[in-house]
Design a protein around this ligand. Structure first.
Ligand code: SF4
Length: 205
C-alpha cells in the first residue's frame, strides 16, 4: 500500500518522490517516519511513474478540491518534468481543475541543471518555497543542503526567477524559536525577491 495522493483541509496533495537534496533537522523522513499527521504510508516503496500518478488522480473528483498540491515526502522538483506532464494532462482532461501549487525547497534549477522556471508558466499557480532562515548560515544549519551554500543561493535565485512566470510566489518559515526581528528579516528578504512571506504555525508531532 502506498499513498500517491491524499486529502488535507480540502486540498489534494500529490506525493511523487522520497528523494531530497536536503536533510532538514525537522524533516519527518528522518527517524524511520513513514507518514505524517497528513497521511500514513507516505514513504513510497517505488516512485510512481507519471502514468501511475495520472491513474491515481483520475479516480479523484478533482474540481471538488480547493487546490492541487505537489509536495512529497521528499522534494517534488526531482520530478519536475513529470509534474509538468501531469498538469498538462489534467488541464486537458478536467474542466474546472483547481489551482496548482508546488511546495518546494527551491532547488529545482540546481537539481535539474537548467532553469525550469519558464516551464511553470501557465501550469503552476503558486510555488511555496521553504525559506527557513534569513542568512546562508542559518539556512544551511537547518536544511543541511547537499551542495551547502550553493543550495541557499539556488533557492534565492529560483524564487526571483519564478516570480516572472508564476502568479503567486510565497516563501514560508515556521514560527518556532523565531524572534520578531528574525521574522522581519525573512519578510524583507522575501519581498526583495518579489515574493510574499507566509509564517506557518508550528505543528508539534
Ligand atoms: S526539504 Fe523537505 S523533504 Fe527535504 S529534508 Fe527538508 S523537509 Fe525533508
Amino acid at each position: 500500500m502506498m499513498t500517491i495522493s491524499y486529502e488535507y483541509e480540502g486540498a489534494l496533495y500529490v506525493n511523487l518522490t522520497n528523494r531530497c537534496d536536503c536533510a532538514c533537522v525537522f524533516c519527518l523522513r528522518h527517524n524511520g517516519h513513514k507518514g505524517s499527521i497528513y497521511a500514513d504510508d507516505l514513504w513510497l516503496e517505488h516512485e510512481p511513474t507519471r502514468e501511475e500518478a495520472l491513474d491515481d488522480l483520475r479516480k479523484r473528483d478533482l474540481p471538488s478540491y480547493r487546490e492541487l498540491v505537489f509536495c512529497g515526502f521528499g522534494e517534488p522538483m526531482f520530478r519536475t518534468d513529470d509534474i509538468l506532464w501531469l498538469v498538462d494532462r489534467l488541464k486537458e482532461e478536467v474542466p474546472g481543475l483547481p489551482p496548482v501549487r508546488i511546495n518546494t525547497n527551491g532547488h529545482a534549477n540546481l537539481i535539474q541543471g537548467r532553469d525550469v522556471t519558464a516551464d511553470l508558466a501557465g501550469r503552476i499557480d503558486t510555488v511555496s518555497i521553504s525559506l527557513n532562515g534569513s542568512t546562508a548560515e542559518e539556512y544551511c544549519a537547518v536544511t543541511q543542503p547537499k551542495d551547502g551554500v550553493q543550495g541557499w543561493e539556488a533557492m534565492l535565485d529560483f524564487t526571483r526567477r519564478a516570480t516572472a512566470y508564476v502568479p503567486h510566489v510565497v516563501m514560508t518559515i515556521v514560527d518556532k524559536d523565531k524572534t520578531p526581528e528574525e521574522i522581519q528579516r525573512c519578510r524583507t528578504l522575501a519581498e526583495s525577491l518579489g515574493a510574499r512571506l507566509r509564517v506557518r504555525a508550528y505543528i508539534p508531532e
